[in-house]
Design a protein around this ligand. Structure first.
Ligand SMILES: [Zn+2]
Length: 970
């Protein structure tokens, strides 16, 4: 069989044909079932037997090539097979003549990332374009005796040799270990290894018994497999990867009392529950026994800069809800070893969701600046702090090698006062997990002279000890910017657009559904919203949303985003209909789900809009003037913006003689990691697309068309968003390869920082390169907007579907100005050779004369749905009295009690007082954490048809309230 996965029962009952060692099997992405049968021969009676089944593995790491799950004849999974675990347990005391039968479900996954020739363009990343030739050849299928004494000797020798290699050349310990190893090998008869292994081990025993020194570093080994939920394999393969790894790990737990294994991502447990319930049951038992430890508390290990604030919160609520429902536990720590940078908004959200610690590994990938702490307090944009560990072992797939352990001890930054670091131990990325060899090493490393001490430990126990050791940890303030993978803010535009659209629509669907439930008793679509949120959260996985997966993954994700939009539009339409507002493109009322007023319609209201008046005028010099009551923009005959004036101040955002809306095309050929990286040298080449445009007027818009390379772009330039913004709708037929497209605006503002929106707030970043840290941030990210401002005047840049941007300082006529640029599209060829080819759309908005409040409003409005309805006007369910405090979410509680959840945040970075008015009758109100658990009561001021809550917020504070309805009957 060579196709998509089939049910296990079908695999076991399928007709089998003869297959010999040396035969080829498995086209790319195919599934092949093997049946292994045999009889225990007389000479093996009573022995510890295993089958060695080599599917044609090469010796490179597991998870990137063929792999398999082994079953018994009754369909129960036994364990997985991968290049470094090719064994199947048969019997500890085999009986003569015993029949042996196993079934092996093998995946012939192609090697996409070849360590010998990495990042080579390949068509193997999708079923349709992949090779039909057979990829693997079975190398071995042998029934073997497992000699424990030989296994032990191998690990005695390896551990001591690797230790010696790390010790100083002049060290006494090293000299003695090397001599001891020599003597041990002298006692080994190579023609009788079984018979002489014990003698060799006796020689080594004293060396292994010498204890570690009092100040030796302490490694908390945590069994782990960092399984990417999709990457160089499709989602459906990850479902099986999780089953393979988990089945092996529960077996290791059964066999080794000291072993502890940690697995993140509720989604992966949910897959296991659905697809391999027998394995899930074993996991459930091991969780109850405290040996299989759910970590992270998130739905997936999401990207940690691109998701919206609400989406990050839902990663926690859906993740923790799963762990609570299935295992009766909540994770106390957040576990994101591999995401590409960490937003400064995270500490507040982690603390607010009840987490006590945070772990990441990825900062060891920084190109320029080594991160200065291993264990520290991470302070977020609002001042929230969370205890954080960044393991000095520099990998989330530790093997407990001598080199790794020595590196961890050497690199541990807090060694003057503390001794402990964590090592996630086991094969990761594509799964595999911990091996019995690692457990054997850990035993010998528990207390060994010259080595850090190693013990298996639960992450919570490690963090408790680390906190105790370091009562006054150093503090790192602000984002954990990864000095690498800067292309992931832009690559695979459809992921960014799909994510943004889904996040906005999901919050809108909750808002109207909650309003309809409260006001007219419309049934709240709990199940539908839960299912949709889980889809959105899955697609935020740290290789899907960043755009770093194979074509297969992104093709499926595009389809899922389209499906999510359809389902959410249905929910919105149904809720609005229940509220007496029928969707109608010609309707006379506007629906405003944004947290700010839009064209005179209040946030959360349905009302007649009062659109701003815009005039357009063609001039003799070929330029076109667009004017509203707030701004004017002049577009020249090349389609470029020569003036963008804030009428209130009279100031022009564009420096004299400069032109904005300038598309700039760079060669973009990173040294490594094509989809991930924009290397600084990309700026060395640049082509300004200033000439050859056709410019025409259509209604009150200027339409600019231009061609470049094999591509073309149509821009519709208009004044929108209440007349305050120059809005540019871009439609790009993108046919470039290895190019980076930027949209540039020179800005006549003197500033040494730019503000960038984070989740629930903003941060500043330098626009200069004074330090290596500033210089390394040559390409950065924002949520919906960034702002370049000097006291009294700023220019805001917002968009509906991109995240990357850069701001640089430029001297013009002896004055310092800025160049602000949106990153629009890239075209890397690995791992998806067709990345972003075809038509892409994105809307950007530029507001001259903007401050943080205006930038925030623009960010919301440029992303807001634009709907008109027929019916009667309706006020908001929840209204805030000040634009500093914005409503982030209005929904019914996750516990389905019918309580209303209202979340607000302070957006301007100042202290704020607001009154929240909630329509309807409410019996009591509480402040709750992000998991909707009560943390305190809040007084409600009752009026006839509404209740109000007085709110005082710190800068950037996120606050969630829970209200009970008078008629809820509870
Ligand atoms: Zn990963």
């Amino acid at each position: 069989m060579n196709g998509e996965p089939i049910a296990v029962a079908d695999g076991i009952s399928a007709p089998y044909r003869e297959f010999a060692v040396g035969d080829a099997w498995g086209r790319a992405w195919g599934t092949t079932w093997f049946r292994l049968t045999g009889v225990v021969p007389p000479e093996f009676a009573g022995r510890h037997l295993e089958i060695v089944f080599d599917l044609g593995f090469d010796r490179s790491k597991p998870g990137f090539q063929a792999e398999a799950l082994v079953y018994r004849g009754d369909g129960t999974p036994v364990r997985s097979l991968h290049p470094l675990a090719q064994w199947i347990p048969v019997s500890r005391t085999a009986a003569r003549g015993e029949r042996i039968e196993f079934f092996v479900e093998a995946s012939s996954n192609p090697l996409i990332l070849d360590d010998d020739d990495p990042f080579r363009v390949t068509l193997e990343g999708d079923w349709a374009t992949s090779n039909e030739a057979l990829l693997y050849r079975v190398q071995r299928a042998d029934l073997c005796v497992f000699e424990e004494e030989v296994f032990d000797l191998v690990h005695d020798v390896e551990v001591l040799l690797e230790l010696a290699e790390q010790l100083p050349a002049e060290s006494t310990r090293r000299a003695r270990v090397l001599v001891g190893l020599g003597r041990a090998l002298d006692r080994l008869d190579l023609t009788d290894i079984d018979g002489t292994a014990s003698a060799a081990r006796e020689t080594l025993a004293p060396l292994l018994a010498a204890p570690a020194s009092q100040t030796s570093h302490r490694i908390a080994a945590v069994g782990h497999a960092h399984i990417d939920s999709a990457w160089l394999w499709p989602l459906r393969e990850t479902v099986r990867k999780v089953a393979r790894t988990a089945s092996s790990m529960v077996t290791l737990i059964d066999e080794h009392d000291e072993f502890v294994y940690a697995m993140s991502s509720a989604q992966q447990y949910a897959w296991l529950k659905q697809h391999r319930p027998e394995v899930f049951e074993r996991v459930r038992q091991a969780v109850a026994g405290g040996r299989f430890v759910p970590v992270g508390g998130m739905w997936v290990e999401a990207d940690a800069v691109l998701p919206s604030g609400e989406a990050l919160i839902r990663q926690f609520t859906y993740g923790q809800r799963f762990f609570r429902d299935e295992f009766g536990i909540e994770c106390r720590g957040a576990w994101l070893p591999d995401s590409f940078g960490y937003s400064a908004a995270l500490p507040q959200l982690l603390v607010g969701a009840g987490f006590e610690w945070f772990l990441t590994q990825k900062l060891s990938w920084n190109e320029r600046n080594p991160f200065p702490h291993s264990t520290f307090l991470w302070e977020g944009v609002d001042g929230s702090r969370i205890f954080t560990h960044f393991p000095p072992v520099d990998t989330y797939s530790s093997q407990l090698s001598g080199a790794e352990l020595a590196l961890a001890a050497r690199q541990f930054r807090e060694k003057a006062v503390a001794s402990s670091s964590l090592a996630p131990t086991g094969w990761g990325d594509g799964g595999g997990g911990t091996t019995r060899e690692m457990i054997a090493r850990a035993r010998r490393l528990a207390d060994l002279e010259g080595s850090p001490r190693v013990s298996w430990e639960k992450p919570d126990a490690f963090f408790a000890r680390a906190k105790e050791e370091l009562p006054e940890p150093p503090v790192w303030r602000g984002e954990l910017y990864l000095e690498l993978h800067r292309g992931t803010y832009t690559t695979q535009h459809a992921m960014k657009q799909g994510n943004r659209r889904s996040e906005v629509l999901a919050v809108e669907a909750e808002l109207w559904s909650a309003a309809a439930a409260v006001r007219v008793g419309h049934p709240y679509p709990y199940d539908a919203l839960d299912a949709i949120w889980r889809d959105i959260l899955l697609l935020q996985f740290h290789d899907i949303l960043p755009g770093s997966s194979i074509a297969w993954v992104h093709r499926e994700a595009r389809d899922r985003y389209a499906d999510i939009a359809t389902r959410l539009e249905d929910i919105v339409g149904s809720a609005l209909g229940a509220l007496g507002a029928e969707l109608d493109p010609d309707g006379d009322l506007s629906v405003n789900a944004a947290p700010v007023a839009a064209a005179g319609v209040r946030s959360g209201a349905i009302d007649a809009a009062a659109p701003a008046r815009v005039s357009i005028e063609s001039r003799d010099d070929g330029s076109i003037l667009l004017t509203s009551g707030s701004i004017s923009a002049q577009i020249d005959a090349d389609g470029l913006v020569v003036h963008l004036i804030d009428l209130a101040s009279g100031r022009d955002a564009i420096p004299a003689g400069s032109r904005g809306n300038l598309l700039q095309l760079h060669q973009d050929f990173p040294n490594l990691w094509d989809a991930w990286d924009v290397d600084q040298h990309y700026r060395g080449t640049r082509r300004d697309l200033a000439e050859g445009a056709s410019v025409r007027v259509e209604g009150t818009a200027v339409v600019v068309e231009r061609s470049f390379g094999n591509s073309s772009i149509e821009q519709r330039i208009s004044i929108g968003l209440d007349g305050a913004a120059l809005v540019i709708d871009n439609r790009i037929d993108w046919r470039e390869r290895e190019k980076f497209l930027k949209l540039a605006f020179p800005v006549d503002v003197f500033a040494d920082t730019a503000l960038a929106e984070t989740q629930f707030g903003y941060q500043t970043r330098a626009t200069h390169e004074n330090t290596s840290w500033d210089d390394a941030r040559f390409e950065t990210h924002a949520q919906r907007w960034f702002l370049v401002q000097e006291p009294g005047f700023g220019v805001a840049f917002a968009n509906d579907s991109t995240y990357g941007f850069d701001v640089t300082r430029v001297e013009r006529d002896g004055r310092i100005t800025q160049d602000a640029r949106f990153s629009l599209l890239r075209a890397p060829r690995y791992p998806d050779p067709e990345t972003d080819q075809g038509v892409q759309t994105m809307r950007v908005a530029i507001v001259p004369g903007a401050d943080v409040a205006a930038a925030t409003a623009t960010g919301h409005l440029v992303n807001a749905s634009r709907r008109t309805v027929r019916g009667t006007a309706l006020g908001p369910l929840v209204a805030s009295s000040t634009p500093a405090v914005l409503v982030s979410a209005v929904k019914l509680a996750d516990d389905r009690s019918g309580d209303l959840i209202v979340r607000v945040y302070e957006a301007l970075g100042a202290r704020a007082h607001a009154t929240l008015q909630v329509a309807g009758r409410w019996s009591d109100g509480h402040r709750v954490d992000l998991l909707e658990r009560i943390t305190g009561a809040v007084p409600l001021t009752q009026a006839a048809d509404a209740s109000s809550i007085a709110v005082d917020l710190r800068p950037f504070e996120v606050a969630t309230f829970r209200l009970r309805r008078v008629d809820s009957g509870r």
